[in-house]
Design a protein around this ligand. Structure first.
Ligand code: THU
Length: 155
């Protein structure tokens, strides 16, 4: 039997007041791109997470000459938040990327980061909102990780 699923998300212009809160977090993610260490890809990714008490934690991609040893911006931010603020709910994560020319370009989290987001959401029993810059002054808002990673791996 063929079945289908629906993926829910919203897209806004960054100047739209309906997305003001999300755009605010995006600004922290943009600042975080300055802390990326990306000599191999020259792709600078920034992430900012907001906790339930309003605390902001940033992360950026950290590369290594042994390529798989590096880590994406999203996981740097999420794991830092979990380590430094255990027990606090992570409300949202904003993600942006700069190409080698320094321009902001579409950012979409990789599969491994989605898996980490999914487990955080399950663990905290509260939705984790994902905000991505998608170019041309537009953002995408995904209110829960289920819409980024259906049929996720669980033990
Ligand atoms: N990268 C991230 O930081 N986040 C993603 O979701 C995808 C990729 C980083 C990893 C690597 O440092 C660079 O971008 C190029 O893949």
């Amino acid at each position: 039997m063929e079945k289908s699923i629906t993926i829910r998300y919203k897209e806004y212009d960054i100047h739209n007041s309906e997305a003001a809160e999300e755009c605010e977090l995006l600004k922290y993610a943009i600042q975080a791109t300055d802390t990326a260490y990306a000599p191999y890809s020259d792709f600078h990714v920034g992430a900012a997470v907001k906790l339930d008490d309003g605390t902001i934690v940033i992360g950026s991609n950290q590369e290594n000459v042994a390529y798989p040893s590096g880590l994406c911006a999203e996981r740097v931010a999420l794991f830092t938040a979990s380590a430094q603020h255990p027990g606090k709910t992570i409300k949202s994560i904003a993600i942006v990327a700069r190409n080698p020319q320094g321009q902001l370009v579409e950012a979409s989290p990789c599969g491994a980061c989605r898996q980490v987001m999914a487990e955080i959401q399950t663990r905290q029993k509260s939705p984790l909102q994902v905000i991505t810059y998608i170019g041309n002054d537009r953002i995408r808002i995904i209110d829960r990780v289920d819409d980024l990673l259906p049929f996720l791996f669980e033990l």
